[in-house]
Design a protein around this ligand. Sequence first.
Ligand SMILES: [Zn+2]
Length: 377
Amino acid sequence: MIAIASVNPFGGAAKPGHREQEFADWFQGQLDDLGLETGRRDVADGRPNIWGRLKGRGAGPSLMLAGHMDTVGVEGYDEPFVPVVKDGRVYGRGACDMKAALACYLEVVRLLQESDTQLDGDLLIVGLCDEEDIMIGSTDHGLHGPHADFGIVGEPSELKLCPAHKGQLGLFIRTKGRAVHSSMPEKGVNAVEHMGAVMNALSTYNQDLQANGRTHPLCGTGRFSMNVIRGGDIVSAVADTCEMEVDRRYLPGETAEEIVADYRERLDPLSKFIPDFVYEISEPSLDVKPLDTPTDSQLVLAVREAADRALGRPVEIAAFPGGTDAPNLKIPCVILGPGSLEQAHGLDEFVEVQQMVDATSIYLGAAKRLCRSGGTQ
Ligand SMILES: [Zn+2]
C-alpha cells in the first residue's frame, strides 16, 4: 500500500505521479477478492472514492469503516515509498496516515469470514480521495453515499477514542491601498502598512480565545493563527494590495458567521485611527466542520466496550487534534486508529504493528456490537 504513491495532487484534477486512482484500483481489487459487493464514483477526473459492502442478514444497523487513500507530499523524505518493517513498526509515507487503518479494515472482513461470522447489518468499507487537501472525497460521499448508520474513521489517534474534534475555518483578510511611486509614499495608501495594523489588532486574539473563549468538554478552547501573507509587487511602488490567510480552529457549536463577526469587531475600529483604511474578509478558503458525537451515544458506548476489551484497559477518550472527513460523511462517527499524528506528516512516518493488531480487534468488536439487531446488549 505504501509503495503505491497516492500523494494528493493538491488541486482539483489528478496529476502525473500522484497515484490515488491506482491505489483506489488496488484497494477495490482487495475488496473484490474478499467477495464484497463493490462500487466507485469519480469525484474529480482520476480521483475516485471506492467502497465495498459485506452484506449482513439484513436485520441490523450498518457500520462504515472509512479512511482516506491519499497522503501528504514527500519533499525531503528519503525513500518514502519503500515500505520497511523494522522493530515492530511499518515505515513509509502513508504508514499511519492512514493506510494502516485501511489494511485493518481488510483484516476485519477476513476475520469475520474466516470465523463464519455473519453480522445482522451490513459492514461498509470506504476509501476516500483528497482528505489532505479540501476533502472533496468525503464531501461527495456524504452527498451520494452509500451511507451507514454508524461510522468509524481510523485516523491515527494512538487508539484513543475521539468522538469530537474542532472545525477549521481558513479565510483571507485583504487590505486595499493606492499605488504611487515610492519616491513620494505620502501621496499613496500603503496596503502592507495597513495589514500591519490588522496584525496588531489580531495579535491578542489567540490568547483571548484561550483565556476567555468558549470551551467544549473534550475540545477545550478555540485557536487562531496568522499563517500566510502576500502584498505589493515591486520595491519602487507603494503596495496597493495585501492579503493574509488566517486560520481559526473552532468548537462544535460555533459558526463561520460568529468568527467573521469576531474579526470585524477587532478590525472595524481601525478606520477611526487610520486614514483611508479599507479591508475586506473573503469567503472561506477552507472550512472543515467540527465533530461532536455524544459520548453517551450507542456508537461511542459500543466502540468504547470493544476498545476496553481489546486493549485490556479503559480506552482513553479525547478530542482528535486535527480535522477529519468524519463530519462530511453525515452519519454519527468517531475517530479511532493506529499511529500518531506526531508521525503523520513528518519525514519518518511509521505505525506500530501492535497498534494495527489492536485497532483490528477494536473494529471487529465494534462491528459485532453495532451490526446486531436488537441493539448492543
Ligand atoms: Zn489522515
